[in-house]
Every structure is written in C-alpha cells, then in structure tokens.
Design a protein around this ligand. Structure first.
Ligand SMILES: O=C(CO)[C@H](O)[C@H](O)COP(=O)(O)O
Ligand SMILES: [Fe+2]
Length: 216
C-alpha cells in the first residue's frame, strides 16, 4: 500500500481556515488530521466540535480526529455528527478501551488508539485485532512544532511485529515533528500514515510540500 499523508490543521492559519481546507482538498493529501485538545489531558486548548461542523462539508477527504481529551467516550456521537471518519483516542485516557473501541465502531467510524511516547506498544497486545489504526506520538502531545523523538523508529518496528504476529490489519500512523529528514526512515520502519503540521503549513508552497511527502 502506498503511504498516506495527513496534514494537521493545528498549524494552519485559522483566520483563513476555508482556504487552508481548499488547499488540502487540491493537494495530494489523503486525510485531514484534526487535533482536539481540552487543556486537561494536554496543557493546551485547540478547537472542538463547532469548528469541525463548520468545515465538514468543505473537507473532501476523510477526517482523522485525534482526541487529546479526558474521557473521549463522552463525545463519540458528537464527533461522528461533526464529520469524523476516524476517531483516535489516547490509550492513556481510556479505562475501558475495549468498550470505547466497540462504541466507535457502533457509530460507523474507524477506531484508532494513540500511544504517548512513553507508552509501550505491548499495551495493545490484547486489542490490536480490533483496531483500524495505531497512532504513535513522536512528540509529547499538546503542541505543534516540537522536536521529533528518535525512539519512534524502533517503536514502529515493534508495533509492526505485533501487528504481523496477531494478523491485525491496523495501520501505523506517526504524529509529531515529521518532515523530509525523517519521513523516509519512518516509512522504512513500517509507518503507513504520516501526519505533518508545521512542515506543511509553514512551508512556502504547502501543496508542493505535501507532494514531496507523498512521493518519498
Ligand atoms: O497531535 C499533535 C500535537 O499534539 C499534532 O498532530 C502534531 O504535533 C503535528 O504538528 P507538527 O507536525 O508541527 O509536530
Ligand atoms: Fe495529532
């Protein structure tokens, strides 16, 4: 499978959101990556359901929603109604992860589980066959523009091994500090989806930057 690119709107110009969405629609990007932060699970607040609702009809590609919030179970239906296609919850925020994954699927969304940099992939051993996606954080969640954590490479390899061992079809997504210096190696280690925020939106030509990531 050709790898997928999911630009993170966290780094977009919010005063120009509509044209940023159009830019992604026109580009070779595969998904919209939407970072939801509640100021509790992570020390930052981003945007929420009303913003997604206002762009959902404009977004012509799947909406990959990354929930950096406590108790993500409470908002499964609300985000589904706001246009989410993929509902990515943090392992660290879920007490009854299996039930959460069931609820996400019941709403007709793909279920993703995100791991913070310190959380071992082995924590997913008993649930990996139920997942559509595992998102590995390659920075500590909460902010864009942070430095990529090098331990992500062997972590991808360990996750890939687990996925193969369990015959799971889960995709591996990597999020945080992704750019042209690490993308090739991330794909070689087994990543299927690359999230990129600052690298795309702070570049001179974001459409071209997305193509560059896509053609790696
Ligand atoms: O989840 C996130 C932060 O918690 C963002 O998706 C991530 O940081 C992308 O931004 P950048 O590419 O600038 O690191
Ligand atoms: Fe994210």
């Amino acid at each position: 499978m050709k790898h997928l690119i999911a630009p993170s709107l966290l780094a977009a110009d919010f005063s120009n959101l509509s044209s940023e969405v159009d830019m992604i629609n026109k580009s070779e990007a595969d998904w919209f990556h939407l970072d939801i932060m509640d100021g509790v699970f992570v020390p930052n607040i981003s945007f929420g359901i009303p913003v997604l609702e206002s762009i959902k009809d404009k977004c012509k590609k799947p909406m990959d929603v990354h929930l950096m919030i406590v108790d993500p179970d409470r908002y499964i239906k609300a985000f589904k109604n706001a246009g989410a296609d993929i509902y990515n919850v943090h392992y660290e925020a879920c007490t009854h992860l299996h039930r959460t994954v069931q609820s996400i699927h019941k709403e007709g969304m793909k279920a993703g589980v995100t791991l913070n940099p310190h959380t071992p992939v082995a924590q997913l051993e008993e649930i990996i066959t139920d997942l559509d996606l595992v998102l590995l954080m390659s920075v500590n969640p909460g902010f864009g523009g942070q430095k990529f954590i090098e331990n992500t490479y062997p972590k991808i390899e360990r996750l890939k091994e687990l996925i193969l061992k369990k015959n799971s079809s889960a995709l591996i997504e990597v999020d945080g500090g992704v750019d042209n210096t690490n993308a090739r190696k991330l794909l070689d280690c087994g990543a299927d989806v690359l999230v990129a925020g600052s690298y795309v939106f702070k570049s001179k030509n974001p459409v071209q930057t997305i193509s560059l990531l896509k053609e790696i």
